[in-house]
Design a protein around this ligand. Structure first.
Ligand SMILES: [Zn+2]
Length: 336
């Protein structure tokens, strides 16, 4: 397997693009997190451009988009907006772009339907989350920190219509076929786009070269086996050629897809082995955070870390390696 290589030795300046291959441009938008950017892509389609992913809701991102429109599109319009998945950094400006250019949004069904969570009103919040985190072992005085409300601040209002993408659909863009490859685990029905003629995979968050995407159980589906679904989705991508040029949503475009897929699988298998060893005595999910992350997590980080920890615990239960018992509203996990 080839090692990872980063063939482009520069990154796009704000409001500018870099052409990666014939008719495919790379741009970045800022994120206001430890991870400070998202990669977005433009695919030329004759007399216009398709956008892949859109950036967070913010006036700064809209200003940067306007300068892209002015200087980077060869005077041509945006023709459509493809969104890999529903996370705010990907879908945040989809509604705005759709209205700005009077064009449609292309998403898988589960991702589009999932954007309903951004219509956040006090009445739409649920009572499931305290039970969920109490089960995981979070102390009562920390339960209120385990909830992020007001997600509408991160995403522009979405239109009520879209064009559905399904696994294996082929989009004809710029005279080439771009095949939709659906993956699971990081989000409900994540779409990657693969162009065989260019040997290019736009991978969204499904495969990233330097970080691993968050695989997180939440209170809406507490028994889901997201980690196994994710690992299977990685396996599916191994059918693509070794030399595929991967355009991820974070970090830099790279080659070495098979090595990266294997490394991410091994990363999770190693965490699963650590949990099996640790749960010889019964443990709560919160007891395992130090083991899995090597440091103390607080607030939102703790919430995401617990989601990821539970993804590993659920996977081991499904594999028949752990049992879970409920005692006084807490879930205890023990190796079989
Ligand atoms: Zn994501």
């Amino acid at each position: 397997m080839s090692e990872l290589m980063y063939p482009v030795n520069k990154v796009p300046e704000q409001g500018q693009t870099i052409e990666l291959t014939d008719g495919v441009k790379w741009l970045r938008m800022p994120l206001f997190l430890k991870l400070d950017h998202i990669n977005l892509y433009l695919i030329k389609d004759g007399d216009g451009w398709f956008v892949v992913d859109t950036g967070l809701k913010s006036s700064k991102v809209q200003k940067l988009w306007e300068s892209i429109f002015e200087t980077e599109l060869e005077g041509l319009p945006i023709k459509g907006i493809i969104v890999t998945h529903l996370h705010p950094d990907h879908v945040g400006q989809a509604g705005w772009l759709s209205r700005r250019w009077q064009v449609g949004i292309y998403m898988t069904q589960a991702e589009f339907m999932g954007t309903i969570i951004y219509m956040d009103t006090p009445s739409s919040r649920t009572d499931e989350y305290p039970v969920f985190f109490r089960n995981a072992g979070v102390p009562e005085d920390e339960l209120s920190q385990m909830h992020v409300g007001g997600l509408d601040r991160l995403v522009e209002p979405m239109p009520r219509r879209y064009t559905r993408l399904s696994d294996n659909d082929c989009l004809a863009i710029g005279g080439r076929e771009w095949r939709v490859i659906v993956g699971y685990g990081h989000s409900p029905e994540h779409a990657c786009l693969y162009c065989e003629e260019l040997n290019v995979l736009i991978s969204g968050d499904q495969v990233l070269p330097k970080i691993t995407p968050n695989i997180s159980i939440n209170s809406a589906e507490p028994d889901a086996n997201l980690l196994e679904s994710y690992l299977e989705s990685l396996e599916k991508l191994k059918a693509l050629p070794e030399a595929t040029f991967v355009l991820p949503a974070h970090n830099e475009p790279f080659t070495g897809l098979h090595k990266r897929l294997t490394d991410i699988q091994l990363h999770h298998e190693k965490k699963l082995d650590m949990i099996i060893a640790e749960c010889k005595e019964p443990r709560l999910a919160v007891d395992l955070l130090g083991l899995l992350f090597g440091r103390e997590l607080k607030g939102t980080e703790k919430m995401l870390g617990l989601g990821e920890c539970l993804a590993h615990l659920n996977c081991l239960i499904h594999r028949g390696r752990l049992v879970r018992t409920l005692e006084e509203e807490q879930h205890w996990y023990k190796t079989i």
